[in-house]
Design a binder for this molecule. Structure first.
Ligand code: NAD
Ligand code: DAU
Length: 363
């Protein structure tokens, strides 16, 4: 008899920001066995898993999801009961300056993983076939954007209208996942989530970039007028939501996940500055507040104006809702960066530095 309390869960992209939060949650809060399959791109960092890396239920393999032979072999060896697919190129600005990797990993990589999962699932015993899930972790950016003058929210039936190469690649992968369900019966689930924030976030994204730039006395770039709106969710709330979905959702279903927490970019950055003024006051830069470092820079091409999620379906059907509020979550996040200088320094001396150099100071 198959016991769902002891599943083998194959996670792609587990060395990234959200994937590492999911693995920490699963190892700390459940009895499942985890195989983390990650290529370790610039965004993958095994140090984000240091707190659980020695647990006997955790295993890691460096592999590219597009490498069919290697991933097929890993499925054979690990015999997953469920797949949680998070591996992706995730940064909108990078997709604008160079989109090839986004097409390769987010579309071709997802296609390869679907095909491997399908062949594997078709050969499972009936009971395991019934319980198997291919959980595709996606984004609210597939829906395009909303007007900042409306109170409209993204629902699970909002039409797709992606704006950037990143969101178009994620929308493509969502379509592939649904096609594999309809055509082949593969038991898939899709979740579309809003902006995450919290510990171990790679400092190219707005919140960690602002914290680290401020601490180094660098400018805090705000794109355009800074009035764009994002719906922020603490990453540990997202990890908990994903576990609810992967263990409870019906095959073929979709859930939107969000924080009920719309914030203008300018307000997010000012909030971080206020927290830093309190927690790490600067006496050497000759500024009154970190807010003095805020700089308006040219807008992101095709910049989405507003994202906001209607998360009522996941609340009603699966009982999930966010636990962290933005003020306490942001404070925890700022404190985490202040207290984890090693993690930060390893990133600052690596690939991140080179990219920032090319992006903001091209020769
Ligand atoms: P991230 O960039 O922090 O991590 C991505 C991980 O995927 C890294 O560890 C990287 O090494 C790995 N990876 C990349 N290409 C790979 C490949 N070809 N093979 C194997 N591994 C590969 O991303 P994140 O912010 O943790 O996002 C995780 C997922 O959640 C993505 O699918 C993203 O689209 C989605 N998402 C992110 C957010 C957000 O706010 N960060 C919100 C909604 C949805
Ligand atoms: O909505 C979910 C998406 O959220 C995820 O699918 C993506 O993987 C994730 O990266 C995130 O995308 P965004 O583009 O919204 O996140 P980012 O942190 O890059 O930007 C947040 C907002 O801040 C956005 O409006 C652009 C703006 N911004 C960003 C940076 C890096 C600035 O004004 N200045 C900056 O320096």
């Amino acid at each position: 008899m198959f016991d769902c309390n002891f599943m083998n869960i194959l996670i792609t992209g587990g060395a990234g920001f959200i994937g590492s939060a999911v693995i920490r949650y699963l190892i700390n809060e459940t009895d499942h066995k985890i195989l983390n399959v990650d290529k370790l791109t610039y965004a993958g960092n095994l140090e984000s898993l240091a707190t659980i890396a020695n647990n006997s239920r955790y295993h890691f393999c460096q592999a590219d999801i597009s490498d069919q032979a290697h991933i097929t072999q890993l499925f054979k060896q690990f015999q997953p009961d469920t797949v949680m697919h998070l591996a992706a190129e995730s940064h909108v600005d990078r997709s604008i300056s160079s989109s090839a990797e986004f097409i390769q990993t987010n579309i071709v990589g997802t296609f390869q993983l679907l095909e491997i999962s399908r062949h594997y699932w078709e050969n499972l015993p009936e009971e395991k076939q019934h319980l198997f899930r291919f959980h595709h972790i996606s984004t609210d950016e597939v829906y395009g954007d909303l007007s900042d003058l409306s109170s409209e929210l993204f629902t699970e039936s909002t039409p797709y209208a992606p704006s950037s190469p990143y969101s178009a690649s994620k929308a493509s992968s969502d379509h592939l996942v649904r096609a594999w369900h309809r055509t082949y019966g593969l038991p898939v689930i899709i979740t579309n989530c809003s902006n995450n924030y919290g510990p171990y976030h790679f400092p190219e994204k707005l919140i960690p970039l602002t914290i680290l730039n401020a601490l180094q006395g660098k400018k805090l770039p705000l794109y355009g007028n800074g009035e764009q709106i994002r719906d922020w969710l603490y990453v540990e709330d997202h990890a908990r939501a994903l576990y609810q979905v992967v263990t409870k959702a019906k095959a073929g279903s979709t859930y939107n996940i969000g924080g009920h927490n719309e914030q203008k970019n300018i307000d997010v950055v000012k909030n971080i500055c206020t927290l830093l003024d309190e927690l790490a006051p600067n006496k050497t830069l000759g500024i009154k507040s970190y807010k003095d470092l805020i700089t308006f820079v040219p807008d992101r091409p095709g910049h989405d104006v507003r994202y906001a999620i209607d998360a009522s379906k996941i609340k009603q059907e699966l009982g999930w809702e966010p636990e962290e509020n933005f003020q306490s979550g942001l404070r925890k996040t700022v404190l985490w960066y202040l207290n984890n200088q090693d993690w930060v320094n390893h990133i600052l001396t690596g690939e991140y530095q080179k990219w920032i150099q090319q992006q903001y100071h091209p020769q």
